[in-house]
Design a protein around this ligand. Structure first.
Ligand SMILES: Nc1ncnc2c1ncn2[C@@H]1O[C@H](COP(=O)(O)OP(=O)(O)O)[C@@H](O)[C@H]1O
Ligand SMILES: [Mg+2]
Length: 153
């Protein structure tokens, strides 16, 4: 599934679409260069689920956790990970508890330790905007994609 976005607001709207079918335990990888809009998409997703606080880029903390009451979302940014082993130190296994939802930027830096994604979201610069490609890796990811495609706003 593909989307074109011309603005930060449109990117947030794609995040909101992604939020529709978000089920417990899903692992989503967000890839694309610095400044592509990965964190912007996560912000749109969280806002659409009712999060009204700040959404900070977890560049230095590696992970930020959002407790939305009915679900918990962990937002990782592994850009500064120098060694995948660091993931052991931050207690990666506790985050991947099968219930929490994990959104992971720069997942390639944690290769070997991270689970295969249910959904891969790849963002690329396209003119002044961004092109977003979503690809499912599991049955749960396919269900998520089909929810994204519905016309419900
Ligand atoms: N279509 C667009 N989608 C997302 N971000 C955009 C878009 N156009 C411009 N921007 C800007 O690009 C930047 C994206 O930053 P960010 O989401 O932090 O990227 P990343 O997390 O991929 O490094 C923001 O400053 C945002 O305002
Ligand atoms: Mg980011």
């Amino acid at each position: 599934m593909e989307f074109q976005t011309a603005s930060e607001q449109e990117m947030e709207a794609v995040g909101a679409r992604l939020a529709r079918g978000l089920m417990p335990g899903l692992v989503i990888h967000l890839s694309g260069p610095l400044g592509a809009g990965k964190t912007t998409l996560v912000r749109g997703l969280l806002r659409s689920l009712g999060w009204s606080g700040l959404v900070k880029s977890p560049t230095y903390t590696l992970v930020e956790t959002y407790d939305l009451g009915d679900r918990v979302i962990h937002h990782f940014d592994l850009y500064r990970l120098s060694d995948p082993e660091e993931l052991e130190f931050i207690g990666l296994r506790d985050y991947l508890d099968g219930h929490s939802i994990c959104l992971i930027e720069w997942a390639e830096r944690g290769v070997g330790l991270l689970p295969e994604p249910d959904l891969g979201v790849e963002i690329a610069f396209r003119g002044d905007g961004r092109e977003i490609r979503c690809e499912s890796g599991t049955e749960a990811g396919r269900r998520l994609l089909s929810q994204m495609g519905t016309s419900r706003s």
